[in-house]
Design a protein around this ligand. Structure first.
Ligand SMILES: Nc1ncnc2c1ncn2[C@@H]1O[C@H](COP(=O)(O)OP(=O)(O)O)[C@@H](O)[C@H]1O
Ligand SMILES: O=P(O)(O)OC[C@H](O)CO
Length: 503
């Protein structure tokens, strides 16, 4: 009997496997952090083989933990850190270079050149994206231009490109299936989101052969089956979506105007815009949302590059806290930040500023500034960044959000959620399951295989855990937001005459 759907959630800092039952409850969870590689300031890489081995091991352990048999797994849904770029050989399956992670800024100069040539308009219109080093396109070009033998391999048809979903499916099927889904394709900066096809004009401009690219399919359909030798049986791989689109689906934001914010490594606010691709005038992205087979949904997205990662920085580099949850205890020991603002622009600023050269900035220090103020200011920066994208989203969509659904690791932080409600002057709704990224991937796979009937069937599984109501006075909000804007301006001013060589 089919009892579970397996979600493989390959995030920026950890690989996770969750087995969900029909009620959408987590029956088994195993998570493993893996190595972050920082070869130079602003550069970020992962080892693709470690991505794969960590993901496979958590899958096996999650089954073992509850004694789940292969034939009890109805389907596998995959969700992943998006944009991260892996190039590997069709013949051997071996990567030719490390995965270049979405956060990596190494191709900022290529983007500048594209802009100077006026090509940004083409990118914007076709892909819905703001040209940026964030997306896969210029990362693939970097590998072709810089890794010895890569271009020759590509010309000979042996080099393949995949985002992490493609890489995992390739390995799960032992090289039999080379696919991606619409949501992941829409983050490459190579995909025409209106025609739903790879775009030859952009491919030619970046000198990327089409033969490197995977077939693009809906987010909810059977892509193939796991190879028996990999996981001990043949399980249908029936769902795939970029993690932010999966979370939008997992939060049951199926209709136009519904939105969620995920607090993971970064922070990503997405609003479903129905079957219309809404172009942004305010620094947001237009992207494809996950949907069931046969329908197309778009979303507006505000991408913040550093959110929970700033809390990890407090823990790992500054060693101010021992664990991420401890940030809440320290933050609540003080009344406010004592005028301190932290702008965690470690890898530039994403939406709505799009400045690749901005860097982390701390302002407002006085002799009385304590560690607690500093920790509180870092937590508050997650909420301020969210407020910035929310403002842009309301302008672009013409919709005033009544409340915001939240999820992701850092949404467990009550202090942060309360401050978020206060600074937005809106209710924050936290569901019982904050692992909505994995849940969304499970839903997509479960619907494709009949484990769940349809969207209405899964809507019944969404339960509210806590509502955070706004209490802050209007005057206080305004004052704090003004201070934040000034701090962001400092982070940008620092970068204003920075060149690639100086980075
Ligand atoms: N209680 C907490 N307070 C603040 N931040 C937290 C808390 N718990 C986890 N985090 C942060 O959330 C992130 C992990 O969330 P997760 O959704 O697993 O991210 P990802 O999928 O990007 O790896 C980490 O960056 C961590 O620092
Ligand atoms: O790893 P996450 O959850 O922060 O998500 C990363 C995003 O997909 C990057 O676009």
């Amino acid at each position: 009997m089919k009892k579970y759907v397996m979600a493989l959630d390959q995030g920026t800092t950890s690989s996770r496997c969750i087995l969900f039952d029909k009620a959408g409850h987590m029956k088994s969870v195993v998570q493993r952090e893996f190595t972050q590689i920082y070869p130079k300031p602003g550069w970020v890489e992962h080892d693709p083989l470690e991505i794969w081995s960590s993901q496979l091991s958590v899958a096996v352990e999650a089954m073992g933990k509850i004694g789940a048999a292969i034939d009890e797994i109805a389907a596998i849904g995959i969700t992943n850190q998006r944009e991260t770029t892996i190039c590997f050989s069709r013949k051997t399956g071996k990567p030719v270079y490390n995965a270049i992670v979405w956060q990596c800024r190494r191709t900022a100069d290529t983007i500048e050149k594209l802009k100077e040539e006026g090509f940004d308009k083409v990118i914007r219109e076709k892909t819905g994206l703001v040209p940026d080093a964030y997306f896969s396109g210029t990362k693939i070009k970097w590998i072709l231009d810089n890794v010895e033998g890569a271009r020759e391999m590509a010309q000979a048809g042996d080099l393949l490109f995949g985002t992490v979903d493609t890489w995992l499916i390739w390995n799960l099927t032992k090289g039999k299936v080379f696919v991606t889904d619409y949501t992941n394709a829409s983050r490459t900066m190579l995909f025409d989101i209106h025609k739903r096809d790879w775009d030859d004009e952009i491919l030619n401009k970046l000198e990327i052969p089409r033969s490197m690219l995977p077939q693009v399919k809906p987010s909810s359909c059977i892509y193939g089956y796991t190879d028996e030798s990999v996981i001990g049986g043949e399980i249908p791989i029936a769902g795939a979506a970029g993690d932010q689109q999966a979370a939008l689906f997992g939060q049951c934001c199926f209709d136009a105007g519904e939105a969620k914010n995920t607090y993971g490594t970064g922070c990503f606010l997405l609003m479903n815009t129905g079957d219309k691709a809404v172009a942004s005038d305010n620094g947001l992205l237009t992207t494809i949302a996950a949907s069931t087979e046969g329908e197309i949904r778009y979303a507006l997205e505000g991408s913040v590059f550093v959110a929970g990662a700033a809390i990890q920085w407090l823990r790992d580099e500054l060693r101010m806290i021992k664990s991420a949850p401890q940030s809440q205890e320290y933050a609540m020991e003080v009344e406010d930040t004592n005028g301190v603002y932290v702008v965690p622009a470690f890898t530039g600023l994403g939406a709505p500023y799009w400045n690749p050269y901005a860097r982390g900035t701390i302002v407002g220090l006085s002799r009385g500034a304590k560690k607690e103020h500093f920790i509180r200011a870092t937590l508050e920066s997650l909420a301020y960044q969210t407020q910035d994208v929310l403002e842009a989203m309301e302008k672009d969509s013409g919709i005033k959000l009544k409340n915001l659904r939240v999820d992701g690791g850092a949404s467990a932080n009550d202090f942060l959620m309360q401050f978020q409600a206060d600074i937005m002057n809106k209710e924050v709704l936290r569901p019982e399951c904050i692992e909505t990224t994995a849940l969304g991937a499970a839903y997509l796979a479960g619907i494709a295989t009949g484990f769940w009937k349809d969207k209405e069937d899964i809507r019944k599984n969404w339960f509210l855990e806590k509502t955070f109501l706004p209490f802050m006075s209007q005057e206080e909000r305004k004052k704090k937001l003004k201070g934040w804007k000034r701090a962001v301006n400092c982070a940008i001013a620092y970068a204003s005459d920075c060149t690639e060589e100086e980075e």
